[in-house]
Design a protein around this ligand. Structure first.
Ligand SMILES: Nc1ncnc2c1ncn2[C@@H]1O[C@H](COP(=O)(O)OP(=O)(O)OP(=O)(O)O)[C@@H](O)[C@H]1O
Ligand SMILES: [Mg+2]
Length: 243
């Protein structure tokens, strides 16, 4: 019998709620993601997907519980944020940008040889090695997304959380990202992916959760992504209630 590799954690949220001021953005979300599985999160703009991801990462105060259950000791978490602002006046090269994300040593010491090698390797994977000396602010939208994706691969993550990494990405880039995610899944990594391409979610996700403040539906895509539910997504307005 084939044994499943489990490198990543089981991510569990129970009754997760979150408010900004008096506005309820997430309401009693229950959610589980498992090692070796791709759990996609979909929903309308403003529905609370990025807020949910940031809560998972411990960046926002929330109510309810979030637990990461690791098989052995806690592993590494890779995160690709939806957007990032970099001041145009800061002369930060692509290589330096990634080193800031992944290195934990004083900037004046520069980039260690080991990290330099790792940076080259991940930039190669997303076909951006030839741009490593360019300023991050000089990159196009899709190129930035590639670099944001690359930084999440150092060190190789056990839990990977992606917030719409395919925005502005062309077909070649999308195929590269998709291939990397497939490989990580096979290695038992837990993958949580906020995504708006419903056809791809249907094809690739093991589980899908649709969030619009609360959970609209959740389950195996072929079971839950029927026309009625998809219509609910496309016609949904962000729901936020003052509490
Ligand atoms: N720091 C903040 N302060 C106040 N309100 C916020 C803050 N961050 C997000 N919100 C609000 O919370 C709601 C959910 O935002 P969120 O970014 O989670 O949506 P989303 O589902 O990721 O949308 P999109 O598909 O556009 O990325 C939005 O109405 C947004 O205005
Ligand atoms: Mg978002």
């Amino acid at each position: 019998m084939e044994t499943k590799i489990t490198r990543g954690p089981i991510v569990n949220c129970a009754n997760l709620s979150m408010t900004f001021g008096k506005s309820c953005v997430l309401d009693k979300i229950d959610f589980t993601a498992k090692p070796g599985e791709l759990h996609c999160i979909i929903g309308p703009n403003g529905g609370g997907k990025s807020t949910f991801v940031k809560s998972l990462l411990g960046q926002l105060r929330h109510e309810g519980s979030i637990s990461l259950e690791w098989d052995n000791q806690p592993g590494r978490i890779g995160y690709v944020p939806q957007t990032i602002e970099v001041d145009k006046t800061v002369p930060l090269t692509v290589e330096n940008f990634i080193s800031l994300c992944v290195q934990n040593r004083p900037a004046f010491l520069g980039i260690s040889k080991r990290v330099k090698k790792e940076i080259d390797s991940v930039l190669e994977r997303v076909n951006m090695l030839h741009k490593k000396k360019l300023l991050f602010s000089e990159l196009s939208g899709g190129e930035r997304q590639r670099v944001l994706f690359a930084q999440a691969l150092i060190p190789s993550p056990d839990l990977l959380i992606l917030d719409e990494p395919m925005n502005s990405i062309d077909r070649t880039g999308a195929a590269i990202f998709s291939g990397i995610i497939d490989d990580l899944k096979k290695e038992g990594v837990t993958v949580i992916w906020v995504h708006h391409d419903l056809a791809q979610v249907r094809e690739k996700a093991d589980v899908v959760t649709c969030i619009n403040r609360s959970i609209i539906f959740q389950g195996v895509p072929r079971d839950v992504m029927d026309e009625k539910h998809l219509l609910e997504i496309f016609t949904a307005q962000p729901v936020q209630e003052a509490i």
